[in-house]
Design a protein around this ligand. Structure first.
Ligand code: NAP
Ligand code: MG
Length: 505
C-alpha cells in the first residue's frame, strides 16, 4: 500500500490542477435571494484544505439572523408561486438546464470538492459530480410524469388526493459527499415546487455556493435556492428552530440528528427526516462465490472515500472456515491502495476531512488495540510532512462483537474482522449495533441469501455485491441510522404533503 514514489507525469498533473484551483476564485459568501451576501455580523472562517493544511478560502459564517433573512426570502419566493405555480414541465426544463451546467462545470466542481474536503479528484469527478448530474436529471424527468390519485368514493363524490409541496425546506448536509448529498435533497425538493435553504458542512461549503450560482443561471427563481454557510450550532440550529421552515432534511451524525428532533418539538413541529450513520456488515458464508472478488469488494467497500461513507462496510463478518483465506486476500487488496494527495491521479485514498476528525479516527484505532483487537494492516497516520490529514488503510483482526470498534462508527479507513459459526450467529452479530443502514451477504445459495436479506435489519442489503446503486432505489436507514429516504421516487414523499379534496357532486 501506500505512498508513491515521485513520478514526473503525476507531479505535472497535480501542479496543473493546483494552478487551475488557484485560478478559480470560488464564491465564498452566503447566497440569498439570487445573490451573494456577506454574513450580517461580518464573520468569516478559514477553509483549511486537508490536502496540505493550507487555507484555500475565507467563507462567510452565517448566524441566526442570516438564516432568518434566507428563510424569509425562501418563504416569499415560495408564496409568490413563481416556482411552485409553474407547470411541472417548466420546472423540469430548469432543472435539466442545471444538470447540463453542472456537467459543463464538472471539472471545476470536482476540483473544489477535492481540495475542500480531501477526496481524490478522480473520484469526485467519476462519482460525486456524475451522480449529482444523474440526480438532477432523475427528479427533473420524474416531476411531469407523476400523477395524483382519485379516491374510489362512489358516484356522488369526487375525492382527489394530490401531493403539494411543503413550502420552505431546510437541508443540512455533511462533508463526505458534499454536493451529491445536497443535491439528493435539493433536486426532489425543488422538483415538486419547494423553496430550499441549504446549510452545508463547515468543512465543505464551496460546491454548494457554486451550485447556487449555477441554479440562478439555469433559471431557478431568486429565493428558491439559498445557501447559508457557517457552523452547525449557530446556522444549523437556527434553521432547525426557525418557525418559517416546514421541514428539515438532514444527513449527518445521530447526535446532531437528535438535536433536530428537539428543535422541531421546541418550535413549529416541522417535519424532520434523518439520514444518519452506519456500521455496515459484509457477511461472508463459506460458499461465497469467488473469495478474490469478495476481498476486492470488502476492501473497496471500506476504503473508498477514505472510509468516510455512512454505508461503509466497516465490519467483515466471515465464517470461521474461510476466514484465514479471505483475510489474506483482503489485506492484499487493501495494500493496493495508494494513500496520497487527492489531486494525484494515482491516489485511491485521499485525505481525511481535517485534523479533528483524523484524531477521532486514531482514537478509535488506539482504543481497538487497547481492547485486544489485532492490527494486521496500517494503524497510523502517514504523510505528516505534507501538512495534510492522511491515515493508511487499517485492518483489525480478532474483533469481538462487544468491542467499541465493532459497534461504533469510525468514519475512516478502518475495517474490523469478526467470525461466526452459523448463519444465526451471523445475523445476531450483524444486527448487534444501534445502526441499520446497509449490509451485504455473500453466498451461492439463493434461499440462504433471501432469508438472510430478510433477517438483517438494514435499509439496503446487497447480495454478492457491495455498494451497487442507482437513482431508482431508495437509500436510508433502519433503527438509529435514521428515517426517511433519499433517492428514487420515494424521496418525493419527504417534500410533499397529501391533500384530500372532497367534492360533493
Ligand atoms: P455532523 O456533525 O452531524 O454534521 C452534519 C451537519 O450538521 C453539518 O452541516 C453540521 O454543520 C451540522 N451540525 C453540526 N452540529 C449541529 C448543531 N448543533 N445543530 C445543527 N446542525 C449542526 O456530521 P458530520 O461530521 O458532518 O458527518 C459525519 C456523519 O454523518 C457520520 O456520522 C456519518 O455516518 C453521517 N452520514 C450519514 C449519511 C447517510 O446517508 N445516512 C451520509 C453521510 C454522512 P458544521 O459541520 O458546519 O458544524
Ligand atoms: Mg461538523
Amino acid at each position: 500500500m501506500t505512498t508513491t514514489a515521485p513520478d514526473a507525469e503525476a507531479t505535472a498533473s497535480c501542479k496543473e490542477l493546483e494552478n487551475r484551483f488557484a485560478a478559480l476564485s470560488p464564491p465564498t459568501r452566503l447566497y440569498i435571494d439570487g445573490r451573494q451576501a456577506d454574513a450580517l455580523g461580518g464573520a468569516e472562517f478559514d477553509r483549511v484544505s486537508p490536502r496540505d493544511g493550507r487555507v484555500v478560502a475565507r467563507v462567510s459564517a452565517g448566524d441566526a439572523e442570516d438564516v432568518d433573512v434566507a428563510v424569509v426570502s425562501a418563504r416569499r419566493a415560495f408564496d409568490s408561486g413563481r416556482w411552485s405555480g409553474r407547470p411541472p414541465r417548466r420546472r423540469r426544463a430548469v432543472l435539466q438546464r442545471l444538470a447540463r451546467l453542472v456537467e459543463e462545470h464538472a471539472e471545476e466542481l470536482a476540483l473544489l470538492e477535492s481540495v475542500d474536503m480531501g477526496k481524490p479528484y478522480t473520484d469526485a469527478l467519476a462519482v460525486d459530480i456524475r451522480v449529482t448530474v444523474q440526480t438532477l436529471d432523475f427528479y427533473a424527468e420524474a416531476v411531469d410524469k407523476s400523477y395524483d390519485e382519485v379516491a374510489p368514493t362512489g358516484r356522488d363524490t369526487l375525492a382527489t388526493i394530490t401531493r403539494e409541496p411543503l413550502g420552505v425546506v431546510g437541508a443540512v448536509v455533511p462533508w463526505n459527499f458534499p454536493l451529491m448529498m445536497a443535491v439528493w435533497k435539493i433536486a426532489p425538493a425543488l422538483a415538486v415546487g419547494n423553496a430550499v435553504v441549504l446549510k452545508p458542512a463547515e468543512q465543505s461549503p464551496l460546491t454548494a455556493l457554486r451550485l447556487a450560482e449555477l441554479a440562478t443561471e439555469a433559471g431557478v427563481p431568486d429565493g428558491i435556492l439559498n445557501v447559508v454557510t457557517g457552523f452547525g450550532p449557530t446556522a444549523g440550529a437556527a434553521l432547525g428552530r426557525h418557525p418559517g421552515v416546514d421541514a428539515i432534511t438532514f444527513t449527518g451524525s445521530g447526535e446532531v440528528g437528535r438535536l433536530f428532533l428537539h428543535h422541531a418539538a421546541d418550535s413549529n413541529l416541522k417535519q424532520v427526516s434523518l439520514e444518519l450513520g452506519g456500521k455496515s456488515p459484509q457477511i461472508v458464508l463459506p460458499d461465497a462465490p469467488d473469495l478474490r472478488a469478495v476481498a476486492k469488494a470488502v476492501a473497496g467497500g471500506v476504503f473508498f472515500n477514505q472510509g468516510e461513507v455512512c454505508s461503509a462496510g466497516s465490519r467483515l463478518l466471515v465464517h470461521r472456515s474461510v476466514k484465514d483465506e479471505l483475510l489474506a486476500l483482503v489485506v492484499d487488496a487493501a495494500r493496493r491502495n495508494v494513500v496520497g494527495d487527492p489531486l494525484d491521479p494515482r491516489t485511491t485514498v485521499g485525505a481525511l476531512v481535517g485534523e479533528e476528525h483524523l484524531e477521532r479516527v486514531l482514537r478509535h484505532v488506539h482504543g481497538a488495540t487497547a481492547d485486544g483487537a489485532q492490527v494486521v494492516l496500517g494503524g497510523s497516520r502517514v504523510l505528516e510532512r505534507t501538512g495534510g490529514c492522511y491515515v493508511e488503510p487499517t485492518i483489525f483482526d480478532r474483533v469481538a462483537p462487544s468491542m467499541a470498534i465493532a459497534r461504533e462508527e469510525v468514519f475512516g479507513p478502518v475495517l474490523s474482522v469478526l467470525t461466526f459459526e452459523d448463519t444465526d450467529e451471523a445475523v445476531r452479530i450483524a444486527n448487534g449495533t444501534d445502526y441499520g443502514l446497509a449490509a451485504a451477504v455473500w453466498t451461492r445459495d439463493l434461499s440462504t441469501a433471501h432469508r438472510m436479506a430478510g433477517a438483517v435489519r438494514a435499509g439496503t442489503v446487497w447480495v454478492n455485491c457491495f455498494d451497487e446503486s442507482d437513482l431508482t432505489v431508495p437509500f436510508g436507514g433502519y433503527a438509529q441510522s435514521g428515517f426517511g429516504r433519499d433517492k428514487s421516487l420515494h424521496a418525493l414523499e419527504k417534500y410533499t404533503q397529501l391533500k384530500t379534496t372532497w367534492i360533493k357532486l
